[in-house]
Every structure is written in C-alpha cells, then in structure tokens.
Design a protein around this ligand. Structure first.
Ligand code: NDP
Length: 287
C-alpha cells in the first residue's frame, strides 16, 4: 500500500505534485485556499478537505507548496502538528527554512524543507531531470524517501534545514548568470542578418561544453590552490577583455552584464593573482 499524502496548496506546482502522487496510486487529501482549484483533482481521485486543519489531521505526511513563507505561517498556525511529518516545498530563504524547522519542532512535528528544481511540466515525468532537494530531519527523509521521490528525484542535502533553500538559491543564481550571458550573446547578434534560431544550438552546445568547468573550480576551492590544473590564466583572460568590450561597442550593445564580472577579474589580477584560474573571484565576493 502506498503512503497517504496530504497536500496543501494547489497552485501550478502543487497541482503538478498532486497529479504525480495520484498517478502513482497514493491516497491524496488536498486543500487549497481557493477551493475551486481542487475540483479537477477530486475528479481524478483526491479527497478535498474543507480546511487546512482537517487536511493535516487526515494523514501523518503533509506536504506544503504555497506561495511564500508568510502563506505557510497563515495556513498552518491553527493546525495541530503533533506527531506529523511536515515537508515544506515552498520557496524561501535558508533563514526562513531554519526558523520554520524550529517552529515545526516546537509543535511536535518532524520537518523537512525542500527546493524544487523543476518547472511544473517536469514533475512526475521520468527522466525529465526534475529534482527535489530536501534538508532537515533525516528520519523523516528515510521514512518517506519513496513517496517524496514520486514527483521528482529526491536528494537529501543535510540535517541543517536551511541547506535545501541554500542549494536552491545557489543553483538558481548560477542559472541567472547563464541567462545574463545568453542575453548579452543574443544582443550582440541582433541587428545582423543572423537567424537567432540558428545561433541558439551553437550557444546551447557551448554552455553545455563549458559547464564541467565547475568541477575544476570546486577542486581548486577544496585544495585552496587556484593555480591547480589551470588552462587559461587570469592574466590571459583579463588581457582578452577589451575584445569583448570593444565588440559590444561596435554592435551598439551595453556591456553592463559583462562589466560586473570583468571588474572582479581585474581586481583579482591587481592583487598579483595572474597565474590563477578565475576561482579567486569567489574570494572577492565574500564580505
Ligand atoms: P502559484 O502562484 O501557482 O500558487 C500559489 C499557491 O499559494 C496557491 O495555491 C495559492 O492559493 C496559495 N496561497 C498564496 N497565498 C496564500 C495564503 N496567504 N494562504 C493560503 N494559500 C495561499 O505558485 P506555484 O504553485 O507555481 O508555486 C508554489 C511554490 O512552489 C512557490 O514557493 C514557488 O516558488 C515554488 N516553485 C514553483 C515553481 C514553478 O515553476 N511554478 C518552480 C519551483 C518552485 P490560491 O489558489 O487560493 O491563490
């Protein structure tokens, strides 16, 4: 028999999670502030509870996927969490996750905080690459590992409840850096007789080819030796930056997305780190 699940929050993500658990045969109790959003799910076999408190009372395992931490507080503050297993998949900061974990423990619940590394269409689709990062109670994770892995691959990242949120924000921050670079690249080619749909495959392949560089960065951070296995030195790379800035100027494109990073590279070079890789930039970011 499959573990029964209570799910609070039927937005775009909550609904996708609900469908995955239903499809996998888990008995599902749902609640949403706006009750009409539960209709399609009850037709598919879910039970709709008339309050969050009733929904939580129905099962031991409760998953919450609401807008933000304030809506979690508002939804759960009048529910009895004694003896419950609470998994909060609402996006928040590490500090919010840690505070919510302490709050749940005080109310007698085990707690896991999670970050969903996926968009709703990836949920419940095998091999779509969706991940749920979870941190907090290892006992809760071990007990419900299979249930939590139904919507997406579930990875436990530590007993510090803030770690899932920290990983989540770190991964998404790297994504925004990638989007920033892609935006600059598209801006450079725009205005020329270049089909962006012909350029995009080259860009995607290049980003994938460069992605493994993060392993070398990690290795250098761990060893503390930023010259280890360096292929392109900081000195060489800084010497190349005028080409990027002049090309932007020639194409009538603002260099603002590049200059933030180039400024850090130059500062690191000025500290006498020309033989290093780019890893020293990370030291400059730490306040
Ligand atoms: P939606 O905006 O689609 O849904 C928001 C949900 O929160 C609705 O169920 C809404 O209820 C509920 N809600 C908002 N405020 C309150 C409140 N004060 N009290 C009770 N319920 C409230 O968001 P998503 O489903 O897309 O996202 C949910 C969480 O999942 C977010 O934390 C988001 O960051 C995260 N996430 C989303 C991803 C995505 O691509 N969509 C990707 C990864 C994570 P109502 O229907 O009544 O408005």
């Amino acid at each position: 028999t499959k573990t029964p699940v209570t799910l609070l929050g039927l937005g775009a993500m909550g609904t996708a999670l609900a469908r995955a658990w239903l499809a996998a045969g888990h008995p599902l109790t749902v609640w949403n502030r706006t009750p009409s959003r539960a209709a399609a799910l009850t037709a598919a076999g879910a039970r709709a509870a008339d309050s969050a408190a009733t929904a939580v009372a129905a099962n031991t395992l409760t998953v919450v996927c609401l807008l933000d931490d304030a809506s979690v507080e508002e939804t759960l503050n009048r529910t009895d969490l004694t003896g419950k297993d609470l998994v909060n998949l609402t996006t928040g900061t590490p500090a919010q996750a840690r505070a919510r974990a302490a709050w749940a423990r005080e109310r007698g619940a085990r707690y896991l905080d999670g970050g969903i590394m996926a968009v709703p269409p990836m949920i419940g689709v095998p091999d779509a690459g969706a991940h749920i990062l979870l941190s907090g109670s290892r006992e809760l994770f071990d007990q419900h590992r299979q249930t939590l892995a139904v919507p997406a691959a579930a990875t436990f990242v530590g007993e510090d409840a803030g770690f899932a949120a920290l990983y989540d924000v770190a991964l998404l921050s790297a994504m925004y850096g990638m989007f920033a670079g892609a935006a600059h690249a598209f801006a450079l080619i725009r205005g020329e007789d270049i089909d962006p749909t012909k350029f995009a495959p080259l860009l995607a392949d290049w980003l994938v080819a460069m992605a493994p560089a993060v392993h070398q960065t990690a290795d250098q951070l761990r060893s503390g030796d930023y010259t280890k296995d360096v292929v392109s030195t900081l000195a060489m790379q800084v010497a190349g930056t005028p080409t990027f800035l002049t090309t932007a100027e020639e194409q009538g494109v603002s260099p603002e997305l590049l200059t933030a990073y180039f400024t850090l590279m130059r500062r690191r070079l000025a500290e006498g780190s020309g033989e290093e890789d780019l890893t020293g930039v990370i030291d400059l970011l730490a306040r």
